[in-house]
Design a protein around this ligand. Structure first.
Ligand SMILES: Cc1cc2nc3c(=O)[nH]c(=O)nc-3n(C[C@H](O)[C@H](O)[C@H](O)COP(=O)(O)OP(=O)(O)OC[C@H]3O[C@@H](n4cnc5c(N)ncnc54)[C@H](O)[C@@H]3O)c2cc1C
Length: 405
């Protein structure tokens, strides 16, 4: 039958993938929203087009650093000393936004700004902050954070084997640090070591490229967060002047202060990773045809997409509230631990559903989902595994410690 003369309805445009389902962006002040938009534009226009190439090569995209420096984000959430400032909420939102495109890039920045600068900000003297933070904020000097060792990960609070021995005005460091992000190429390492005199954990700034006895070997064959370069640091009689001993870092409690901030930043990254996975998956489900229809029209696919969005939204609510509590100075270790353990567990679930929806193409890095899928595994383990977070949480719930001392 001819349709001549009848109106043929054009197909309805499908909605763009939207991972901000509860409109959290609307709750932000305009300046913070503008920063987020800038970060999104940088991640989408500069990082997204090249990141899979670097993922495959297992190398870091140094070509991105000049444009990234222009965003002026170094020291986000820290006040003074040339730092960007801004709220803790904004710091988290930026980490989430970066991870929405790439978890490795978010981690590179989190290690530098959150862990390395954060250690100096939290445990350095006034002079140390004046000296080290401004060039780090300008990203002229990049830092790393060396806590984990080849034989000690979860048990670092009581078991660090890297030693520090004071000889006059100099400290002598010996030991190894494993998995240290940025360390194969960065300028400054924050090294946590046990003082042989009082058995307490202390922090030291080591200048990677000029300190005799300090060497870094890149960790090869990683399959998650491949673009971040991780290293095995070896220190043999590394001599560090007293002026590089972080003066307010006297015990492991000070390390824990830094980790409280950064472990819940991983929660933001795990949330961003899910947003990226969700958006990529929705687009694919709208376009991929099977049985003559987009797979997104099948009930079983819509069930998975709905569960993915529910995870994304629940995680966003958790981290946003944690950010608000942090801004009020109220975030507890247990609340930070819940943010990390909940969001990373949900992240593993979300990216796996996404990968499934991509079918065979989900196994190819060219579709991005494989990158989100493997990065989720790193979020589960670094900055305190799920089990460690749940021990902190379990103690807060029951009042009983299940930690082994
Ligand atoms: C990609 C990546 C980047 C990293 N970046 C850094 C970095 O920049 N700086 C840094 O210092 N470290 C870094 N790490 C190290 C990371 O923090 C550690 O891997 C992590 O803390 C776990 O330590 P581990 O690997 O030694 O595991 P282990 O401590 O050996 O744990 C193995 C398993 O045993 C479980 N377990 C251990 N003790 C208990 C217990 N008491 N009860 C129940 N379960 C337990 C753990 O949960 C885990 O499942 C990074 C790791 C990765 C993978």
């Amino acid at each position: 039958m001819s349709t001549a003369g009848k109106d043929v309805k054009p197909p309805k445009p499908l909605p763009s993938p939207n991972s901000d389902f509860y409109q959290l962006a609307e709750t932000l002040p305009p300046e913070e929203l503008a920063t987020l938009r800038q970060v999104r534009s940088f991640m989408e226009s500069k990082v997204a087009p090249i990141i899979n190439k670097y993922w495959v090569e297992d190398s870091f995209p140094f070509e991105l650093l000049p444009a990234f420096k222009e965003l002026n984000l170094g020291g986000l959430g820290m006040q003074g000393y040339g730092c960007r400032g801004g709220s803790k909420l904004l710091t988290g939102l930026v980490a989430m936004e970066m991870a929405r495109t790439d978890g490795s890039f978010a981690t590179f920045f989190g290690v530098h700004s959150g862990l390395a600068m954060g250690s100096i900000y939290a445990t350095g003297s006034e002079e140390q902050k004046q000296k080290w933070l401004p060039p780090m904020a300008r990203l002229e000097k990049i830092g790393c954070f060396g806590l984990t060792e080849p034989l000690v990960g979860s048990g670092t609070s009581g078991g660090l084997t890297t030693t520090a021995k004071k000889e006059g005005d100099t400290w002598v460091l010996n030991g190894q640090k494993k998995w240290i992000g940025n360390s194969p190429w960065c300028d400054i390492s924050i090294i946590w070591a046990r003082d042989l005199a009082d058995n307490q954990v202390k922090a030291f700034i080591v200048e990677n490229k000029t300190t005799p006895g300090f060497s870094v070997e890149k960790i090869q064959n990683k399959f998650g967060l491949k673009v971040v370069q991780n290293g095995l640091i070896t220190m043999k009689d590394v001599r560090v002047p007293e002026e590089n001993h972080l003066q307010a870092g006297k015990t492991f409690r000070d390390t824990a202060r830094v980790l409280r901030q950064t472990r819940y930043l991983v929660g933001w990254e795990a949330t961003g990773c899910q947003m990226g996975a969700f958006e990529n998956t929705v687009k694919y489900a709208q376009e991929r045809l099977q049985f003559g229809r987009p797979i997104g029209s099948f009930q079983l696919i819509q069930d998975l997409l709905s569960k993915m969005l529910a995870n994304v939204t629940a995680c966003q609510c958790v981290v946003v509230r944690a950010g608000q509590l942090d801004d009020q100075g109220k975030l507890t270790d247990a609340q930070a631990a819940l943010s990390k353990s909940f969001t990373t567990a949900k992240c593993r679930e979300t990216v796996a559903w996404g990968r499934e929806i991509f079918g065979g193409n989900g196994l190819s890095i060219d579709y991005n989902i494989g990158r989100f899928f493997t990065d989720a595994e790193a979020f589960i383990s670094y900055e305190g595994t799920t089990q460690m977070q749940n021990l902190i949480l379990g103690k807060a719930i029951t009042g009983l410690s299940a930690f082994v001392h």
